[in-house]
Design a protein around this ligand. Structure first.
Ligand code: SF4
Length: 324
């Protein structure tokens, strides 16, 4: 951490990197932070150290996401030689298919099943599931774009690992001001308070699956498309406004206000087909692995997370009636 104090302009570029990460998240292209290539290179580890010094997990995840998406953007414009050098440097077992293999599988690249399964954990979408992939002799076959995405996932997980390893016992005096400035920006960003629980929106009476989704969002963990949809539809049907639901999603490291608002408005039936989407049933939640403890914490016979409050209230009062 003392290294940070020894740099001047480079720390300012590192701060700029962090601000960009804060503002843009994954909405980033092949952007540079300095005209000086040396500053650009050095500012990366410095930005990681600064993020460790700030000590905010959300910022750290946001920085890891931002840097990995930058790598993705840069690699998209590189040739095969650079791509191979990068995956080799990262220790990934990947390769370019020979002509016969490419013709047989229909894919130009391959990556070992072990690496694929490890990296794909952070990627949402049915097309990434192993059952939907071409797999042969220990390889998963991928397009160039997919391989670059997997490489970016490896970069992201390495940055997060590095951030976990960095121990900050004392912030060096010369960078205290920078660290405080970044903390101030974070405080402003989170000033948009999360909705207060009240009446039917009482969070202490939410079903376990929705509590788990909320906790995952607030901790900055990755929540898949379906989980986001289920949580947003639950909040909307519990009386939260679009604005309040978007505020929940602002906790995601990959938060993009424009996209989040569009999606929430869509679920609320304010866009597109104007259909207000219902909360998924417990059966569907289970199928997506979102039910907690197979429903053991919920009233027997529950069919939808929406029924949770009603059924628990009825159970407490001894009535067996159900709500549709
Ligand atoms: S049984 Fe239904 S309400 Fe309960 S945790 Fe599972 S999906 Fe949620």
């Amino acid at each position: 951490m003392e290294e940070l104090a020894a740099w001047g302009d480079e720390v300012r570029v590192a701060e700029r990197r962090i601000i960009q990460a804060l503002e843009r998240g994954e909405d980033v292209g092949a952007v540079m932070h300095s005209d000086d290539p040396d500053e650009e290179i050095v500012s990366f580890p410095l930005a990681v150290m600064l993020a460790a010094a700030v000590g905010d997990k959300w910022l750290q995840k946001r920085l890891a996401l931002y840097e990995s998406r930058r790598v993705e953007a840069f690699l998209s414009g590189e040739d095969d030689g650079v791509l191979e050098a990068v995956w080799t440097d990262l220790g990934l077992k990947a390769g370019r298919c020979g002509p016969d293999e490419a013709e047989r599988t229909g894919f130009p690249y391959k990556i070992s099943v072990a690496d694929y399964l490890r990296l794909v954990k952070g990627i949402d979408g049915a097309e990434w599931r192993l059952v939907n992939r071409t797999v042969w002799k220990g390889w998963v076959y991928v397009t160039r774009r997919e391989l670059i995405r997997l490489i970016a996932e490896e970069v992201e997980s390495r940055i997060l690992k590095r951030l976990e390893e960095l121990k900050v016992s004392k912030i060096p005096d010369p960078i205290k001001e920078t660290v405080e400035r970044i903390r101030g920006m974070l405080a402003t960003r989170f000033a948009r308070a999360l909705p207060k629980a009240e009446d039917s929106r009482d969070e202490t009476r939410w079903p376990p699956c929705m509590v788990a989704l909320k906790n995952a969002l607030l901790s900055g963990s990755k929540v898949g498309h379906f989980g986001n949809f289920a949580f947003a539809s639950f909040l909307l049907s519990s009386g939260y406004s679009v604005e309040e639901v978007v505020a929940f999603y602002s906790q995601r490291p990959d938060f993009n206000e424009r996209i989040a608002r569009y999606q929430v408005e869509h679920i609320a039936g304010l866009r597109g087909s104007r259909t207000k989407y219902s909360i998924p049933s417990c059966q569907t939640m289970k199928a997506h692995g979102l039910c907690v403890e197979e429903g053991r914490l919920c009233p027997r016979g529950i069919r939808s997370p929406r029924q949770f409050q009603y059924l628990t209230r009825r159970q407490r009062s001894g009535s067996g009636a159900t709500e549709q």
